[in-house]
Write a new protein. Structure first.
Length: 91
């Protein structure tokens, strides 16, 4: 009986959307606290693929994509950033 009353509420689109939004905001807040501010300050507002392609172009491979020694990344599969490298080198 109680489950029958709660089921429409728990499967509400608005409740699911609010929970997803809250989870994203919490994740962003948590990551902002964990990543040092000097590294966040040097991250340009580019796409992830652009940062990886920039690191590849400068010979750093899939490492240090934030222009600071942060270590390797697994943001994207290597195909698309490698294609961007050719564009970066041409222009």
């Amino acid at each position: 009986m109680l489950l029958r009353k709660l089921l429409p509420l728990l499967t509400s689109v608005w409740l699911i959307a609010a929970a997803a939004f809250l989870a994203r905001v919490t994740f962003v807040w948590d990551q902002q606290r964990k990543i040092p501010h000097n590294i966040l300050a040097t991250v340009p507002f580019e796409q992830e693929a652009g940062n990886i392609a920039n690191a590849l172009t400068q010979g750093r491979g899939f490492s240090d994509v934030f222009r600071q020694p942060t270590g390797p990344t697994a943001w994207l599969a290597p195909i698309y950033p490698t294609l961007l490298v050719s564009t970066f080198r041409i222009f």
